[in-house]
Design a protein around this ligand. Structure first.
Ligand SMILES: *Cc1c(COP(=O)(O)O)cnc(C)c1O
Length: 659
């Protein structure tokens, strides 16, 4: 008896640091996110150890102001801090190696084109001379007016038509530092003919296709099958043409991009060595290169087990900078060539950490267990009877082998009850009872196996965990807010934002609002060996529970789709402010997309909808089935819905009802 009480006490004891370990917060959150002493997730603001922003305080302030959920919180200070870290890493590397030229970062706006993000990048990057990179016509047109001074770079990748090349040349004529990067020979032909028409020789860049293969989710960015860049022989042809047409001195930039999330420093060095060899060879051919742009690829740790996996990475920002700077310098020194101005295009690393999606849990669906008052009817079927016996045994037996045996037997009997029901030998009531008995057995066996802490874990433990997960309905759409999870299985750290000083005794699977079975999170970041569920607290009736999805700031903001017509979520832009009550202020509130806005994207005009709806209502009024004031009320109600957000209303948020 004494022993049993002790294990119970151990089970309820729980500390914030256990939550940090369980949800691997430092692995993906450093140096920004941690769990504070209240058991809330908080964001360090960099002003000493005590200054931080409690995410729960932000959520409460948003609710006080009537902002609808789901809510995307943008910590603008994180963008600034990441830009500082990146530039300092390259400064340090340059100082330590004696690299002779400066570093100049550019921000690839495809990673997050939102105006508030780009503005923050530009204002934070100004003192480092940070520029932009664009990859399409619309991105070019968005970026051009933000080139505040003529030194600032705008590097133009992607497929270029006549209009875009012409606009790039026009920008150069204005004195702007806009560099079209030639990826295909046809692009140079276009550029040349435009230049001759206008009597203006523009500056340009060339993108090479490297043979070094990077193994990541984006491995097709390099190698012979890549969509991008010039092969060695195409590059030589280009150089020949440059020479003939008097452009040899106008090719200022050599570009390569290894793909996002470069997994290891070894491959990075190899690729940098390759591109620097190309650089040196071109310099020796008299090409007027000044810049070497090694593209993006600086990885972000999303919290998965790292080394050796496609999702993992094995280096820090400083190691990344050191590897690039040192490798270029080594190769240049060997050939006695001056080191180029070094450009990188890090977007993911700059923006990923700054945004957090907060989604309320709307309800739970778990496996119903037997309630205490449930008694077995006298005429119950033999199979159901047997399951009830196993319920008793499952609470009594302690020995692991016996526990496993009960589980196997219960599964067999449970399957049998389903067959019996299908064949008409069992009533619906008996079937429900059999299910509940089975779940009760599983629950008590799971606790026993967990308490036994076996190494290695028996496979039955994982089976039981998977059987006993709750489905938690969250107010969001995977397709709108984290498309990469659905598309390429990218994990994003997700966790409750409060109660982190309590033991999360249940297991949950987060599902979204869409009518699509893919609308769910399949893989979780945690220290559990089984990543297919999120350890989570039992819901408290009447209290709201919020899940935070972290590291949402790169790519997810504009890639999302309108599946089921769920639109953009509300946003708040937060800045740290030591003097404010909760150490932050809200700079901007951007409401989510309304139903009307989503509908007009698929060509339903509000006027048409109103006309149709009022015709329907009028017909009912004229037929006398509805009184005029009731009919008009319903019409008004319908029209009001058009102005609502596409997500569940905050008014209904605190339900926590079982589904
Ligand atoms: C997408 C892209 C980037 C961004 O790379 P990240 O590693 O994701 O920051 C940089 N350069 C080019 C050419 C790109 O296409």
């Amino acid at each position: 008896m004494v022993q049993v009480l002790e294990t119970l006490a151990q089970r309820s004891e729980w500390s914030v640091s256990q939550s940090e370990e369980l949800y691997q917060v430092s692995r993906w959150g450093d140096p920004y996110f941690f769990i504070n002493s209240k058991g809330h997730v908080a964001m360090r603001t960099g002003g000493g150890s005590s200054s931080s922003i409690d995410i729960v305080a932000v959520v409460e302030e948003a609710r006080r102001r009537g902002i609808e959920f789901p809510l995307l919180i943008r910590f603008q200070d994180i963008i600034r801090a990441q830009i500082d870290r990146l530039n300092q890493a390259f400064e340090t590397a340059i100082e330590e190696t004696g690299y002779e030229s400066p570093y100049q970062g550019v921000y690839p706006i495809k990673v997050n084109q939102l105006h508030g993000v780009v503005e923050e990048v530009l204002s934070s990057g100004q003192k480092y001379g940070m520029g932009l990179e664009c990859g399409s016509k619309a991105e070019l047109i968005a970026a051009l007016p933000y080139l505040q001074d003529d030194q600032m770079l705008l590097i133009c990748n992607g497929v270029k038509d006549h209009t875009t090349i012409s606009l790039m040349i026009a920008a150069q004529r204005l004195g702007m530092n806009v560099i079209p990067v030639v990826e295909k020979q046809k692009e140079f032909a276009d550029l040349k003919s435009l230049a001759w028409e206008e009597g203006f020789l523009p500056v340009l860049g060339a993108r090479v296709r490297l043979t070094t293969q990077v193994s990541s989710r984006w491995e097709d960015c390099t190698g012979p099958a890549s969509k991008f860049g010039l092969s060695a022989s195409e590059l030589l042809n280009l150089v020949k043409e440059l020479e003939i047409s008097g452009f040899l001195d106008r090719l200022h930039l050599l570009h390569c991009h290894l793909g996002s999330q470069i997994p290891d420093i070894h491959t990075l060095k190899q690729a940098i060595r390759e591109v620097t060899q190309v650089y040196v060879s071109l310099i020796k051919k008299g090409v007027g290169l000044r810049y070497l742009d090694v593209g993006g690829g600086l990885g972000v740790n999303y919290g998965e087990d790292m080394a050796g996996t496609k999702a993992g990475l094995d280096y820090s920002m400083q190691e990344y900078a050191n590897a690039i700077v040192m490798t270029i310098k080594e190769v240049c020194d060997v050939h006695n060539v001056r080191t180029p101005i070094l450009i990188t295009e890090s977007g993911r690393a700059v923006t990923a950490h700054h945004s957090v999606l907060i989604s309320p849990i709307l309800g739970r669906r778990g496996q119903d267990e037997l309630s205490h008052e449930m008694a077995l009817p006298n005429d119950a079927h033999e199979a159901v009877r047997k399951l009830f016996q196993l319920v008793m045994q499952s609470t009594e037996r302690q020995n692991v082998d016996e526990v496993l045996e009960i589980f196997h037997e219960a599964r067999e009997k449970h399957d049998e009850t389903h067959t019996l029901f299908t064949q008409g030998h069992l009533s619906l009531e008996e079937r429900a009872m059999a299910d509940q008995a089975f779940w009760s057995i599983c629950q008590s066996l799971l606790v026993k196996l967990q308490d036994a802490s076996l190494h290695p874990q028996p496979p039955e433990l994982q089976k039981l965990e998977n059987l006993l997960t709750d489905q938690l309905l969250c107010d969001f759409s995977v397709f709108q807010s984290m498309l990469d999870h659905w598309a390429i299985g990218q994990p994003f750290p997700a966790m409750p934002i409060d109660r982190l000083n309590e033991r999360p005794s249940r297991r949950g699977i987060l599902v979204d609002l869409t009518c699509d079975s893919d609308g769910r999170i399949n893989r979780y970041v945690s220290s559990c060996p089984n990543k297919s569920f999120l350890p989570i607290h039992p819901l408290e009736p009447g209290a709201s529970t919020f899940i935070g999805f972290f590291l949402m700031g790169a790519y997810e903001d504009t890639m999302g789709g309108a599946h089921n017509l769920f639109g953009k979520v509300s946003e708040v832009h937060i800045y740290a402010a030591q003097e404010k009550k909760d150490h932050f202020w809200i700079d901007k509130i951007i409401p989510g997309t309304t139903v009307q806005e989503m509908l007009s994207q698929v060509q339903y005009l509000p006027k048409d909808l109103h006309r149709r709806m009022s015709e329907l209502v009028r017909a009912k009024i004229e037929a006398g089935t509805v009184r005029p004031n009731v009919g008009m009320g319903i019409l008004g109600q319908y029209m009001e819905c058009l102005q609502q957000s596409t997500y569940c209303n905050t008014g209904t948020l605190v339900r926590n009802l079982d589904l």
